[in-house]
Design a protein around this ligand. Structure first.
Ligand code: FAD
Length: 468
């Protein structure tokens, strides 16, 4: 029997974790190809950053490839020379928050180790982008065409979408549309005045990065609600048990979680413990909500959830707090009312929540609204090609790609494709909480199991390999 072939598009955390889980779980020969334009696997958008100020946002002990390996990255990091060289990684409670690039390096090593440990599995990385799906073949930017028995899409984070008002300014030297682009912040002078659109994790990354460049000019970060990502908890706190809640509405859950936070406070427990438990049960809660309620959550509550759920490393939080105390960082609840070019500078008019308008003249405007997930299926040639042929479709919540409960993509008519999977955050409209490492790691392991089951069925039924 010919060796089954699995193609994974995207070698960030999700694609790399899927490849490793496939290698670990498969009892027979398997050819696994990861197509990824970056030179190494594992990094993706989050963990390939070379910025020393970009830190993982939970302690290293909570970053792993699977639930059974708890603490593995923490142990690995403590054995690296960087652990003693990077004193800022260490917190008073003993937790370590390494630079994010270290986690990417760890994943690349795990990929190499999986290839060595499972000689019956061929694991390879093709350094290219997948650009189209044509005639049952995956076409790559290097001219290759691949055929496989199963294709998995592990493409989660497109660059930030540019707000409509900023589109006429794409070539203005003051506009930084994608702060993830390597070196793009180097052009900012230490005394430059900077406005930042967005106040979440990406804004925190930018402020921390400017700090390492000795930037001291004025910073204004604004978003509709002006909410900053909250701090992580330090120290060892007991877990919280969430009282049951059975009314399947977003509003009922909001009231319930608030009541649980009050109940926890009465027992001297911080709100973070309650939210952590909501996250653990997040997929179950999400899947109990009808679509209408999920849409309500996405519209009204998501930004609140995001700032409480996605917290920042203490090192980054310290930089932000210091700049706020010094008065060199202001965070406003405001929306962009107007923008005009004034030579190399930009005049931005911000409408505050009380209706008044403030105009600021800045050297740079940086877009930190986070990945443009709502436009994922239109964000790059491969996904456009699959969408235009009706092979995949966007989900109804604007989170990513529509899948069924087995992570199979749904075509234009809503029919599942048993040979085409989505792994990682792009599938979260279906599953709910699927962004932080523990959930994405579990999802990758589940998808590996599904794929192996599918391949066994496929071989038993002798389906042609091109039946994607
Ligand atoms: C900036 C940031 C920081 C984060 N920090 C943390 C953290 O500290 N802790 C935590 O628990 N979670 C964190 N997360 C969340 C979580 O870890 C990520 O969601 C997770 O890494 C998702 O990885 P991914 O592989 O699915 O997606 P991505 O990181 O988007 O990787 C997708 C990969 O696919 C490749 N690709 C895209 N299109 C193609 C194509 N056509 N052909 C070939 N390759 C393609 C890209 O080059 C990319 O490398 C963070 C997320 C972000 C965005």
């Amino acid at each position: 029997m010919a060796t089954a072939r699995v193609i994974i598009v995207g070698g960030g955390f999700s694609g790399t974790a899927l490849a490793i889980h496939l290698a670990r779980q498969s009892s027979t020969a398997l050819q696994i190809t990861v197509v990824e334009p970056r030179p190494t696997l594992g990094g993706g958008v989050a963990y390939s950053t070379p910025e020393p100020a970009h830190r993982i946002n939970v302690p290293a002990a909570r970053m792993q490839l699977s639930g059974e390996e708890q603490g593995a990255f923490d142990r690995w990091f403590r054995n690296q020379p960087e652990c003693s060289l990077d004193s800022a990684a260490h917190c008073a409670d003993g937790a370590v928050y390494p630079q994010r690039g270290m986690f990417g390096r760890y994943l690349a090593e795990q990929f190499a180790a999986a290839a060595k440990a499972h000689p019956q599995i061929t694991l390879r990385h093709i350094q290219a982008s997948a650009v189209a799906w044509e005639g049952e073949q995956l076409l790559l930017s290097n001219g290759e065409a691949l055929q496989g028995d199963v294709l998995a899409l592990a493409v989660s984070h497109p660059p930030p979408s540019l707000p409509r008002a900023l589109r006429p300014f794409t070539s203005h030297p003051g506009l930084i549309a994608n702060p993830w682009q390597h070196g793009v912040l180097d052009a900012i002078k230490p005394d430059a005045s900077v406005a930042i659109i967005g106040s979440g994790l990406s804004m925190a990354d930018v402020v921390a990065s400017l700090g390492t460049r000795q930037h001291q000019g004025s910073l204004i970060a604004f978003s509709r609600r002006g909410q900053l990502s909250r701090d992580n908890l330090s120290g060892d706190w007991p877990e919280w048990t969430l009282a049951p809640q059975i009314v399947p509405t977003a509003r009922a859950w909001l009231h319930h979680i608030r009541a649980e936070v009050v109940r926890a406070a009465e027992q001297q427990l911080p709100w973070q413990r309650v939210l952590d438990q909501v996250r653990v049960q997040g997929q179950e809660i999400w899947q109990s909500l009808p679509l209408r309620e999920q849409q309500r959550f996405a519209r009204h509550l998501r930004s609140w959830w995001d700032v409480h759920r996605y917290r920042i490393a203490p090192q980054v939080s310290t930089v932000i707090r210091q700049r706020q105390q010094l008065g060199s960082l202001k965070v406003l609840a405001a929306r962009l009312d107007n923008i005009a070019a004034k030579g190399d500078r930009l005049a931005i008019a911000l409408r505050l929540r009380n209706g008044s308008v403030e105009t600021h003249h800045v050297d740079h405007l940086i877009v930190t609204t986070g990945p443009g997930h709502a436009a994922l299926t239109a964000s790059q040639p491969l996904l456009q090609s699959l969408s235009q042929q009706g092979v995949i479709r966007a989900d109804q919540l604007g989170f990513g790609i529509d899948v069924d409960g087995h992570s199979h993509t749904l075509n234009r008519e809503g029919q599942p494709n048993a040979r085409l999977f989505v792994v990682g955050p792009a599938a979260r409209a279906r599953f709910g909480e699927l962004m932080g490492l523990p959930q994405v790691a579990d999802h990758a392991a589940d998808v590996a199991t599904q794929i192996l089951e599918e391949l066994q069925i496929a071989h038993a039924e002798r389906c042609p390999p091109s039946a994607l």
